[in-house]
Design a protein around this ligand. Sequence first.
Ligand code: G1P
Length: 295
Amino acid sequence: MTARVRKAVFPAAGLGTRFLPATKAQPKEMLPVVDKPLIQYGVEEAMHSGIQNIIIVTGRGKSSIEDHFDVSFELEQLLESKHKTDMVSMVRNISDMIDISYVRQKEALGLGHAVLRAKELVGSEPFGVVLSDDIIASETPCIRQLLDVYEYYGAPVLALMEVPKDQISAYGVVDAEPVMDNGRQNRLFRIRNMVEKPKAADAPSNLAIIGRYILTPEIFQCIETIEPGSGGEIQLTDALKYMLRSRPIYGLKFEGTRYDAGDKLGFLKATVEFALNRHDLGAQFREYLKNLCIR
Ligand code: G1P
């Protein structure tokens, strides 16, 4: 029987340079899409997938993430005194949401390095990794989709998505063969090889790794073994490639829409589409957009 996945690691120590100047003094994880910080979308996805403990890997200047998931006595008192009970429960729900621990990554030395910082808190159990830049809207939460594969095969699983060739060099890219399995046909792959941020001409396929992973604890030793790779950073993709020598790794083309909210255009797309889907804002916002003279 495979061990249950209870924990998910959220690397959040990155400098957010793609979003300057907004991220000069504010973590990109706290940028709101409509009215919810980026990272909360990922936390809710993990929670709805059955994850019980979140480990956030933070760095300097990221304390507002901790404050966001903490109790805000002053705010709750103020709202209570104004009898804004709906708002009190909304604010309290965030701090009651899920058990969260924090660990610091002192230097931004790469995604693999960030995940390694969570080693002690994860211990010897399988765990998820969520990159909160990637917001995924789907009927079944993306992590849940990966967990279904993990629970069947007992092996690491990565989220995959086809991306156009001119964008492929921004991703980890896999070489993979489809696994024929009832129901998951064409979605499930066994990974043969992978490379972090290849040049378009060298990319082994158009299947990119998206920021959701189910990993087994052997990954920590793999991260400790590898050398810095793309961009001089300790890359999670390189550690996974190393792990492939000793165990199978699967990839799932998940069902759903992914927004790269760490990128300005992706962030705008997420904002517009999420606002259109909101029952309290959607109708008015749709009217507004219809009346914009866009040519
Ligand atoms: C990271 C990973 C990369 C993956 C991407 C998905 O890159 O290193 O393999 O494809 O996330 O969003 P980053 O976007 O942090 O450079």
